[in-house]
Design a protein around this ligand. Structure first.
Ligand code: IMP
Ligand code: MG
Length: 179
């Protein structure tokens, strides 16, 4: 799938090799941890999540949480909503949140606060992409695949109005040329 309104930012190969490194680092950092739960944030992180867990060399459990902060536009609505919750308790567990992209930081700030009330042993965040310059809520991202400027990107799980999640690469979406 190629279109003139999409410019490749990271190829399939670049993504693959960076995820391998992230997986190795996570395996090393959590090597003594007994109860590691990876929480994939739906929908955007499902592709990244599936690739990342296959590079983690230890026993983990997988959970998912649905969060929505965008409408059908490319700007955040500013309202975070839980659309589906975890299916088991994270009390006493080490939690690694797996996100597609941290932009304003609103979603991760909300989730960190929400998770804190559930008494986990630890909570860290792993995001494939980080748009630091757009931050309005202070959030530290512990593992970052790629730092990107303030561009709207799609593919590899990321969407615009629900589309393009199935692109095997990450592309810059140019709204003006999509008419
Ligand atoms: P935040 O709450 O502003 O940090 O937004 C995080 C969420 O907004 C991400 O999980 C994405 O779902 C969405 N988002 C932010 N930037 C982009 C982008 O460039 N492309 C697609 N989705 C994005
Ligand atoms: Mg998301």
């Amino acid at each position: 799938m190629k279109a003139n309104n999409i410019e490749t930012l990271y190829t399939k190969e670049q993504i693959e090799s960076r995820i391998k490194e992230l997986g190795q680092q996570i395996s090393e950092d959590y090597k003594d941890c007994e109860d590691l739960v990876l929480v994939g944030i739906l929908k955007g992180s499902f592709v990244f999540f599936a690739d990342l867990i296959r590079h983690i060399d230890k026993n983990i459990s997988c959970e998912f949480m649905g969060i929505s902060s965008y409408g059908s536009d490319t700007k955040s609505s500013g309202i975070v909503q839980i659309t589906s919750d975890l299916t088991s308790s994270i009390k006493g567990k080490d939690v690694l949140i797996v996100e597609d992209i941290v932009d304003s930081g609103l979603s991760m700030d909300y989730l960190r606060k929400n998770f804190a009330t559930r008494e986990p042993n630890s909570v860290k965040i792993c995001s494939l992409l980080n748009k630091q310059e757009n931050r309005t809520s202070q959030v530290d991202v512990d593992y970052i695949g790629f730092e990107i400027p303030d561009l709207f990107v799609i593919g590899y799980g990321l969407d615009v109005a629900g589309l393009y999640r199935n692109l095997p690469y990450i592309g810059i979406y140019n709204q003006d040329e999509d008419r």
